[in-house]
Design a protein around this ligand. Structure first.
Ligand SMILES: [Zn+2]
Length: 121
């Protein structure tokens, strides 16, 4: 049976369920199905989210970055100056890809900035 062949042959290649992270997902024609939570999704539409800095370098949690342009910050007269170093960034997925870095800036506090305005150090 076609269905079984896919199950056995590609089992290790299949992604975990994006909802409950179950590894017992299987493929049914075009859709992936999770037997544990019932979630169904199209694997072609699930893109892996990557964070890139202004130069296209991939950013990781805990990286240090430098801000490459003056950024306005609500409630701060100075904002974030160009060249400001930020340590230990935390990446987060956002719908439009902006404000996707969670970090702490000296003199400003916890803030979210966009990965396109930073450079990995
Ligand atoms: Zn699931």
């Amino acid at each position: 049976m076609m269905h079984e062949a896919v199950l056995k042959g590609d089992k290790r290649m299949l992604p975990n369920c994006p909802k409950c992270n179950s590894q017992y997902t299987y493929k049914d024609t075009e859709l992936m199905i999770c037997p544990e939570c019932g979630h169904e999704w199209n694997p072609d539409l699930v893109k892996e989210y990557v964070w890139k800095d202004a130069n296209g370098n991939i950013l990781n949690d805990g990286d240090s970055v430098v801000v490459i342009k003056q950024l306005k910050v609500k409630g701060s007269p100075t904002g974030i100056k160009q060249g400001t170093k930020i340590k230990n960034i935390k990446l987060k997925e956002t719908v439009d890809g902006t404000h996707d870095i969670d970090c702490k800036v000296d003199g400003i506090g916890r803030i979210e900035i966009s990965s396109i305005y930073v450079k990995k150090t």
